[in-house]
Design a protein around this ligand. Structure first.
Ligand code: P6P
Length: 337
């Protein structure tokens, strides 16, 4: 059903809620609070070049990365709003070592895991950055949420999405009924439907990887990535290489135009191949979105990202996601076909 022009994200959320008679409005409320946080962060990002929010805060996070001032602002904005929203019982953030409790008496029925400012290393050079979020039902019955409430696989996600702060600010999310994109009109402060029911093209024309890591990849990954560079006009290869270095921005381009994003494991330690990206609040929510849009998301062993059971809060994974047919090809390189 084609929506009329001018549909706001709030209208979309309300309409989705009405599709579920048992809905209490809590998920709608949670998404609405996230949208408000996104608008506040967007305003700060747009001021980054002018106000004193560029540069690092002098702190480092659990990842050992310098915490940029906008990172901290985004993290605190989301935590403060959600902790007293009454919609979440526990949260997890890339910027916090441990789980984040809801305010006493305000515990809700959902959990929220998020990367408040993905791509923060690009803040100072005015490249797109973004907030990624994922929402599960709590597993515990009541009161403060637990680590087990947070450590759920992507195949139990209720909703996931991102807000990308780029040439325009967009919110892209799914509650399991397709992927929809909304663009912020800063003159009225509303997100309007701009990309309804996004479908990722079955076959892509871009591959997106940091080639500087070539010597750290497994031989299978080197062969698979070489495949995209070979000349085969019947399959539209060679693909063009596009790599921004902000996961949300690389993902968003591939979602819209078709493409394969890859961050393979670093195989310097063959006993413990280490991915860079985090499972809970980066790979899992984006895997949910790409599958909702008709694509695929696997790790470099070919395992479906959404089926991976997280064992720890900041667990990393390799990630290959995008156009279905180009991910299917990986299986022949893994010897599964
Ligand atoms: P590399 C940004 O720091 C980030 O976490 C993701 O947003 C991005 O995809 C990746 O790291 C880039 O990593 O090693 O290519 O700089």
């Amino acid at each position: 059903m084609k929506r009329p022009v001018g549909i706001t994200v709030h209208r979309q959320i309300t309409d989705s809620q009405q599709m579920h008679k048992e809905a209490t409005g809590d998920l709608s409320g949670l998404l609405t609070e996230l949208i408000v946080a996104g608008k506040i962060i967007s305003a700060e990002v747009n001021m980054a070049g002018l106000a004193d929010v560029i540069g690092d805060s002098g702190k480092t996070n659990i990842q050992g990365e310098e915490v940029q001032k906008l990172d901290e602002f985004a993290n605190n904005t989301i935590k403060r709003r959600m902790a007293r929203s009454g919609f979440v019982c526990v949260m997890a953030s890339e910027e916090d070592d441990e789980i984040i409790p809801a305010r006493e008496g305000y515990e809700g029925k959902y959990t929220l895991a998020f990367d408040p400012m993905d791509g923060s290393s690009n803040i100072d050079v005015n490249v797109s950055i973004g907030t990624i979020f994922s929402i599960h039902h709590r597993k515990s019955q009541e009161g403060q949420g637990t680590l087990q409430d947070i450590l759920q696989p992507g195949n139990t996600l209720v909703a996931a999405g991102y807000i990308i702060y780029g040439s325009s600010t967009m919110m892209v999310y799914s509650t399991g009924h397709g992927v929809h994109g909304f663009t912020l009109d800063p003159s009225v402060g509303e997100f309007f439907l701009s990309h309804e029911n996004i479908r990722v093209p079955e076959r892509s024309k871009y591959f997106s990887v940091n080639e500087g890591n070539y010597h750290y990849w497994s031989p299978v990954m080197r062969d698979y990535i070489q495949y995209f560079k070979e000349i085969d006009e019947s399959s539209g290869r060679p693909y063009s290489s596009r790599y921004i270095g902000t996961l949300v921005a690389d993902f968003h381009r591939n979602l819209i135009t078709g493409g394969v994003f890859l961050y393979p494991s670093d195989c310097r330690n063959p006993d413990k191949p280490q991915g860079k990206l985090r499972l809970l609040y980066e790979a899992s929510p984006l895997a949910f979105l790409i599958e909702q849009a008709g694509g695929r998301a696997v790790n470099d062993a070919g395992q479906r990202i959404l089926d991976i059971q997280p064992e720890s809060l900041h667990e990393r994974t390799s990630l290959i996601l995008g156009s279905k047919q180009d991910i299917d090809v990986l299986e022949s390189f893994l010897g599964k076909k």
